[in-house]
Write a protein of this length. Structure first.
Length: 134
């Protein structure tokens, strides 16, 4: 399994994003099943659709939300089930660079094999986490 971060999903959906070229082959590997299902946290979906609604328009954000929620390769993860564990990850982080959403990603990644698709450098060096693309 691989946890999908908003930076990765936004880069893949936005051809003008600085990371788009790097996101495309990683997305292809994901779609080919290399890492099994992608885990889409509720918090990440909120970040993605909010960003797209602000940068483009509501219709584009709604379209992306529908695409992500209907994708058979993606498992939607409600965040309430691990809220307290995420809060502990957030509170005990060493460098203080993780947002609460990032702390949730770390929490779920550690539970599911430790793999995260992201361009966010804040995940680098996190114990129990491997980043794609490296």
């Amino acid at each position: 399994m691989i946890v999908l971060d908003s930076s990765f999903l936004i880069a893949w959906h936005n051809s003008l994003d600085v990371h788009h070229r790097r996101a495309a082959p990683v997305m292809q590997r994901f779609l080919d099943g290399e890492w099994g299902p992608g885990l889409l946290l509720e918090y990440v979906l909120l970040e993605v659709v909010t960003f797209i609604a602000i940068k483009r328009r509501l219709a584009a954000a709604s379209s992306v939300a529908n695409l992500l929620l209907r994708a058979r390769e993606i498992e939607f993860i409600p965040c309430s089930d691990f809220f307290l564990e995420t809060l502990e990850t957030f509170r005990t982080q060493v460098h203080g660079s993780l947002s609460f959403t990032d702390a949730a990603i770390v929490t779920v990644a550690r539970r599911s094999g430790g793999l995260v698709a992201t361009f966010d450098t804040g995940f680098r060096g996190m114990e129990g986490i491997a980043i794609v693309p490296a």
